[in-house]
Write a protein that binds this ligand. Structure first.
Ligand SMILES: [Zn+2]
Length: 416
């Protein structure tokens, strides 16, 4: 069983990397082939120069993504069959610590190593690619400050969660996986309410929307849609990037609407209204609730599987680890599960794109379709999102449908 599982694991690493590299190279050549011509539907708004910029930006990001995929896969190999986790376990066991502490040290060491491995690609994306295309507004100082804040948050929030999880596994009997699921679900659920109020403000400033004209317009829209929220906020997204966005966040009393300042700069009030109507469409169709439910379901299945893997020697030894303990079980499971989740990714992406169409349809009922189309095209242009993605790449990954499909779908909506 050990060697069968090891073979499956190696096969999946190679298969998932090759599939993703293949999709990226397809995407790159498709975008390059369409670089010289703006699709007819967009000719009136998108200049050739902007279209080429979007193509070059997409190609640069995709190339970085290919390198990143290879680095991540090699690192996964080194950690597991390469013997790094096993070595870490052996080393830490010589220190004679209690199992909760030594297990946590192994998990934390691997997490720290992973972030260090991710670091060069992150730096390159922000300070080379985004900088070159005029999207980066982040200074090195903010980058370092963000890193320190994230580290402190991991210590204050992550450590207690890790300790509690290991304690649950070691002390709550056969059904530990069920209790762990309850604990993690409760934690995630409370984070949804607490994040917008306590954590997001550590990274950005949130101010109540000041523009009274816009505010009146938005409040009328909210009334039309029968939506109550605890506030409209503007976030200084411009601190880090030029990309514009708007989103809903929180739950119950912490429910709020957040606009990036960069979005407000770029769109007219009518277009902002249309973007918001789209977001309200997500809310109306309960997309967020459905997504959270799906995540809870996936983690339930995952933990159930972990429940049976934890006692299986082949699971550890197949992954090059010879110490059977709770911390290794969690760690290996977290490292390996993305290889299996890979296969449901296109399904999740499809579901997400379906939600986008539904939200667009809703937006067309409560705001003008022309404004929605205009805002979409502007956002594609200003974020340098390609208008001509490779169809297969888009089907596999994209959470949002390609611009042309969205515009066509909006055009197809019949007036009541
Ligand atoms: Zn959406």
């Amino acid at each position: 069983m050990t060697s069968t599982f090891q073979f499956l694991f190696l096969f999946l690493i190679i298969f998932t990397v090759m599939t993703q590299v293949w999709l990226s190279t397809r995407h790159i050549s498709h975008v390059k082939n369409h670089r010289s011509n703006v699709p007819n539907e967009f000719k009136s708004i998108i200049k050739s120069k902007d279209h080429q910029k979007a193509a070059d930006y997409t190609v640069a990001k995709s190339k970085l993504n290919i390198i990143d995929l290879l680095v991540q896969a090699s690192f996964l190999y080194v950690l597991t069959i390469g013997g790094l986790i096993n070595w870490l376990n052996n080393y830490i066991s010589t220190l004679d610590l209690n199992s909760l502490i030594s297990g946590s040290i192994v998990i934390i060491s691997v997490m720290v190593l992973s972030s260090l491995i991710d670091l060069p690609a992150n730096l390159f994306k922000i300070f080379k690619i985004d900088e070159k295309f005029g999207f980066n507004r982040m200074s090195i100082k903010i980058f370092i400050l963000d890193g320190i804040k994230q580290l402190l948050l991991s210590i204050v929030i992550g450590l207690p969660i890790l300790f509690t999880s290991l304690w649950i596994i070691g002390n709550l009997g056969e059904l530990w996986w069920l209790w762990l699921w309850v604990f993690i679900s409760l934690f995630n659920f409370s984070m949804i309410s607490l994040y917008p109020i306590y954590i997001a403000p550590l990274f950005n400033k949130f101010q109540p929307l000041g523009d009274t004209n816009l505010k009146n317009k938005i409040e009328k829209l909210l009334l039309r849609c029968g939506f109550k929220s605890s506030g409209l906020f503007v976030m200084n997204g411009s601190l880090r990037s030029n990309h514009g966005n708007a989103y809903f966040t929180g739950f119950g009393k912490s429910k709020r609407i957040v606009f990036f300042d960069t979005l407000l700069e770029k769109l007219t009030p009518n277009e902002i209204e249309a973007v918001l109507a789209h977001e309200l469409g997500h809310f109306h169709h309960e997309h967020v609730k459905k997504r959270i439910t799906l995540m809870f379901l996936i983690s339930f299945i995952g933990l159930y599987i972990l429940g049976s893997l934890k006692e299986s020697i082949w699971f550890y030894e197949g992954l090059g680890v010879y110490q059977l303990n709770d911390a290794n079980a969690i760690l290996l499971f977290l490292l390996v599960s993305p290889l299996f989740i890979f296969f449901i990714r296109p399904v999740i992406a499809y579901y997400s794109r379906k939600n986008e169409f539904e939200a667009d349809e809703y937006a067309c009922k409560f705001s003008k379709p022309e404004d929605l189309k205009q805002s979409l095209i502007k956002l594609y242009r200003d974020n340098a999102s390609t208008l001509t993605p490779d169809p297969l790449h888009s089907n596999f990954y994209d959470s949002h449908p390609p611009a042309l499909m969205r515009i066509n779908a909006i055009n197809a909506i019949k007036k009541p």
